[in-house]
Design a protein around this ligand. Sequence first.
Ligand code: UGA
Length: 436
Amino acid sequence: MGQGREPIGVIGTGYVGLVTAAGFAELGSDVFCVDIDAEKIAGLRAGEIPIYEPGLAELVTANRERLRFSTDIADALEHARLLFVAVGTPPTYSGDADLSAVLAVVNAMPASDDHALVMKSTVPAGTGRAIKRIFAEQGKAGFRYVSCPEFLKEGSAVKDFLNPDRVVVGDDGDWAGDAVVELYAPLEAPLVRTDTASQEMVKLASNAFLATKISFINEIANVCEETGADVIEVAKGMGLDDRIGSKFLQAGIGFGGSCFPKDVNALKQLAGNSGYHFQLLNAVIEVNELQKRRVVGKLQKHLGSLVGTTICLLGLAFKPNTDDMRDASSLVLSARLQADGASVRLYDPVAEEEARELIRGAHFSDDALDAVQGADAVVLVTEWDEFLSLDWAQVAERMAGTVVIDGRNALDAVAVTAAGLTYEGIGRGSLASLTR
Ligand code: UGA
C-alpha cells in the first residue's frame, strides 16, 4: 500500500504505541519506534510482541520491513517530522495523571522548526498549552504540537485503529495538523479538527461518559433485582432508542482496565483542581466499587458464611481478549473472598502470568474444569468465549455445591439450570423470565 507515505516516529511501544505503529505501517508509512526499555526493544526486534492483542502480532509481522525499533530517538528525529507520543500517564496518589514520561519526551526534543509532537497518551486538558510553553521557554518554539488521542479498546485495538468511529485532531492550524489529518485520510473516518484544549476534553469526556453509562445500567440492574425485572430486557428496550444506543449497557460486576478508572478520576481531579466539584463522577466511581463487591453478598445469600467454602473465579482479566489485569474486578473479588475465609480457585485462559503477580494465596488452575473442582460456587468474572460453551453437566459433576454467579450476564442460564445448578446473574429477574 501507499508509496511515499509520511514516515513517522512513535515514542513508547506500549499498547497504544505498538498498535499505532503497526497500524500506520500497514497504511504504508515507515515507522521508527522508540522505547527506553532496552529489553522490550530487543524483544520487538526479535519479533516478540510483549502484549496479547488479537491481530497485532500478524500486523507487526506483515509490516516488518516498515517497522524499526530502537532505544535511541535520533533515528526517528532524522527520518520523521511527526513524533507520536504514546508513553504511560498513570494516576499519582493525588489522582492527577503522572506526566513525567511525557515531560521526559518533551525535554529530549531538540530545537526544530520541522518537527511536531503528536500526543496519543491520554493527558489532562491544558497539557498541550503547558507543553507549548515549555518548548518556548527552552528556545524550541518552532517545535509544533498536535493532540490526537486514541479511542481504541483493548481486545479489539487493531480493528478499532483501522476502522475508527472518528479521528479527533487538536492543533494550531499549521503544517503538523495538516500532516496528521493526511496520515489518517485513508481510513475515511469522520474528522473533528479543533483546538487542543477542546480536543483533550473530548477524550476524557468520552471515557467518563461511557463509564457513567456502565454505572447507570449497573444501578438499574440492582433495582431490577429488587423489582423482579430482567436488566437484559430493560437494556434492550432502552438501547433501541437511538438517542441512548445499545452499546455499553451491559450490566455486570463493574468496569476495570487501564482507561476508565484512570480517566474518570483524572476528569474529576481536573475539575476539582479548577474549583468545580464534579458530583456525578463521584457516584460513577462509588457505584463501580460497590458493584465489584456485590458478588460477595450474592454468595453469602446462597452459602451463608463463606468461612471454609471454596469459590472458583472464571476469568481474571478486566475483560476478554486481553491479558490486562489493571483494575480488574477479579482483584477485588479474590481479596474480599479470601478475607471472608473462602479458598479461591482461579482460571484465566491468557492473563494467568499477569494475575500471579497481583493475586496471592489463591490456587491457579490450568483449565476451567480443574478450577471448578470441589467449588461450592463458581463466579464468571470475565466472559471469555470458552466459558460460554462450557459443558455444565461436567461442571456440576466436579463442583461440591451448585451455585453459579454470572457476573457478566453472559452464560446460558437455561443450560446452567438444566445441569441442576443454581443460576444467578446481575439484575436478572426470576428464572421464569430467563427461560421464556
Ligand atoms: C476504553 C474505551 O472504550 C476506548 O474507547 C478508549 O480508547 C480506551 O478506554 C482508552 O482510553 O484507551 P478499554 O478500557 O480497552 O477501552 O475497554 P472497554 O471495552 O471500554 O471496557 C472497559 C470496561 O468496561 C471493562 O471492564 C468491561 O468489562 C466494562 N464494560 C464495558 C461493562 O461492564 N459493560 C459494558 O456494557 C461495557
